[in-house]
Design a protein around this ligand. Structure first.
Ligand SMILES: Cc1cc2nc3c(=O)[nH]c(=O)nc-3n(C[C@H](O)[C@H](O)[C@H](O)COP(=O)(O)O)c2cc1C
Length: 368
């Protein structure tokens, strides 16, 4: 059969050998200071045959942290810890973007400097649990950031982008999805501000655009992507009109123009991703209004990925859990081989088990 997944793609300045993208996945294996450890270089290099790898979410500041053992990109130790990762991926022939992250209200006072309240657009607690060193705890009530603090956070994203460049990444992805800080500004359930950053859609997308502008100043637009989850409800988030909000944002993003927009838009019945009820898929709206490269993610198989590319619904497809469990996912998809099953117990934290020990086809041949 003809394949789109294995047709090369020019992503601005990068030549991708295929259209399989590794979705960003938090694995909680950095050290207690957020410094990447050597097994992370092995993990990403094992997966280097994808067209593009996107790292796990990586906090741009101490306030941007909400989980144990997630990596950072704001100190020189972080940068030095990431360098072996980018070198290993490049030595294996791959390309890798770092995902820049600020959790906003999805945090706990015990993660925050001086035990302070987490930061958010508005002082509305998320009805969710965060995993701390003492197990799951309710997210702490956040404090609404001031306008000068917003400028500080934009500067933190910019600094993270610069540090990522120093670490040897090929580009960066701004994490504006999944109910974290930028998403909290975008949506009207979490953003009740009455200043220039709240109210109208134009005001609610302002912070995302300011972050993007700052990151683009470091990298140039062709090395910057942004991730959005228009219908997602993860981390207790929703909006009164996602198609209008994300359509307007997509249109505004045309002006940069970025390397890509990456949408989490789950296939119906996705086992892990919930969507806002009564809201139709937003990907077609974004595809219509956004003129650049579109990556889709959320429950794709080889068949549904090929179909989405054939229908021109997307240019690239990102795979999460299948890539986590299959270091040679592109080859397996191309050969229509079976996939290793994922081990949920080792997703978040631990050692090499369930991280770098998933076998390739060559190591554990299965019938194609
Ligand atoms: C273990 C795990 C960690 C994840 N961490 C992140 C993350 O750091 N950043 C992000 O944007 N999405 C994260 N996600 C969401 C995935 O990128 C992806 O959207 C989701 O797994 C759906 O794609 P899939 O059906 O191909 O797995 C994570 C998902 C999993 C399973």
């Amino acid at each position: 059969m003809s394949t789109h997944l294995f047709t090369p793609y020019t992503l601005t300045e990068l030549q991708l050998p295929n259209r399989v993208v590794m979705a960003p996945m938090t694995r909680n294996r950095a050290d207690d200071d957020g410094v990447p450890v050597p097994m992370m270089a092995t993990y990403y290099a094992q997966r280097a045959s994808g067209g593009l790898l996107i790292t796990e979410a990586t906090q741009v500041s101490p306030q941007g942290r909400g989980y144990v053992n997630t990596p950072g990109i704001y100190t020189d130790r972080h940068t030095a810890g990431w360098r072996p990762v980018t070198e290993a991926v490049h030595a294996a022939g791959g390309r890798i973007f770092l995902q820049l992250w600020h959790v906003g209200r999805i945090s706990h006072t015990r993660f925050q400097p001086d035990g302070a309240a987490p930061l958010a657009p508005s002082a509305i607690r998320a009805d969710t649990q965060v995993f701390t060193t003492d197990g799951f705890r309710p997210a702490s009530k956040p404090r609404a950031v001031s306008v000068p603090e917003i400028a500080d956070i934009v500067a933190q994203f910019r600094h993270g982008a610069a540090q990522a460049k120093a670490a040897g990444f090929d580009g960066v992805e701004i994490h504006a999805a999944n109910g974290y800080l930028i998403d909290q500004f975008l949506r009207d359930a979490t953003n009740r501000r009455t200043d220039a950053y709240g109210g109208s859609i134009a005001n609610r997308i302002r912070f995302a655009l300011e972050v993007t502008t700052a990151v683009v100043q470091e990298w140039g637009p062709g090395r910057v992507g942004i991730r959005l989850s228009p219908r997602g409800t993860f981390n207790d988030i929703q909006d009164s009109d996602p198609p209008a909000l994300f359509g307007a944002l997509a249109e505004a993003l045309n002006t940069f123009p970025l390397a890509y927009v990456h949408l989490v838009e789950p296939q119906p019945g996705h086992p892990a991703l919930t969507v806002q009820s009564g809201v139709d898929p937003v990907a077609p709206v974004v595809r219509r209004r956004y003129r650049g490269t579109l990556i889709l993610n959320g429950g794709y198989t080889r068949e549904t990925a090929e179909a989405a590319l054939a229908e021109n619904g997307a240019d690239l497809i990102a795979f999460g859990v299948p890539y986590l469990a299959n270091p040679d996912l592109p080859e397996r998809l191309q050969r229509q081989a079976s996939l290793n099953p994922p081990d949920q117990a080792t997703f978040y934290g631990g050692d090499e088990k369930g991280y770098t020990d998933y076998p390739t086809l060559a190591e554990a041949p299965v019938s194609a």
